[in-house]
Design a protein around this ligand. Structure first.
Ligand SMILES: [Zn+2]
Length: 172
C-alpha cells in the first residue's frame, strides 16, 4: 500500500529537484520542474511520470521523506496514518537494536558448553596467537556488541595477554 521510496530524493540535483527555504513550517520543493509549497505538518501527495514513457506513480512527501503509494486511491488521512505506522515501527526496530540494555543482555548470554568443547578441540587447548597454555579465555572474534554470535566459527581461544592486545587494537 505504502512504503518508503528509494527512487525519489530531495536536496539533490535531478529530475525531482531540490528543497528550498523553510518558513512557517513549510518548504518549497521543486518536483517535476514545478515549485510546490509543502507543509511539514501533513503529507504532500503528488503523481509523477518519471520518464517520457514511464508509468504514472503516486508519491507522498512527508518531513523530507518520500513514500511510494501503490494504492493511489488512499485519502490524505489514510496516507498520514500509514506513514505514522511505518515510522513508529521503524523507530521501535531501531530502538531495539540501539539500546545498550539489549547489548548487555546479549553479552550475558553464556557460550554453550558444546561450543566451548568444539572450540577447545579445534584450537588444541592453546592460545591461537602465541600457543600459550596459560590464562586461556574463549574470545569472540567479532564482539557480541558488534553482532558476533556464540557459534564455533566466531569463537577462538586466546590467552589473557593476547586478549588484551586484541582489545587495544580493535578498540574494545
Ligand atoms: Zn596468547
Amino acid at each position: 500500500m505504502i512504503k518508503r521510496a528509494t527512487d525519489m530524493m530531495l536536496g539533490s540535483e535531478g529530475f525531482f529537484g531540490g528543497r528550498d527555504v523553510i518558513w512557517n513550517n513549510s518548504i518549497i520543493a521543486t518536483i517535476n520542474k514545478q515549485n510546490y509549497k509543502i507543509s511539514l505538518e501533513r503529507p504532500f501527495i503528488v503523481t509523477v511520470r518519471k520518464s517520457q514513457r514511464g508509468k504514472i506513480m503516486t508519491y507522498a512527501l512527508f518531513r523530507d521523506i518520500w513514500y511510494k503509494l501503490t494504492d493511489p486511491d488512499l485519502t490524505l488521512e489514510e496516507v498520514t496514518a500509514l506513514i505514522m505506522d511505518i515510522e513508529v515501527k521503524r523507530q521501535k526496530k531501531l530502538d531495539a537494536v540501539m539500546t545498550p540494555s539489549s547489548n548487555k543482555k546479549a553479552n550475558r548470554e553464556p557460550i554453550p558448553s558444546e561450543v566451548q568443547r568444539a572450540v577447545w578441540r579445534r584450537d588444541g587447548g592453546k592460545c591461537v596467537k602465541c600457543f600459550s597454555g596459560e590464562n586461556l579465555h574463549f574470545d569472540h572474534i567479532i564482539p557480541v556488541s558488534k553482532g558476533g554470535s556464540n557459534s564455533v566459527s566466531n569463537i577462538q581461544i586466546l590467552c589473557a595477554a593476547c586478549n588484551l592486545k586484541k582489545g587495544a587494537s580493535i578498540g574494545g
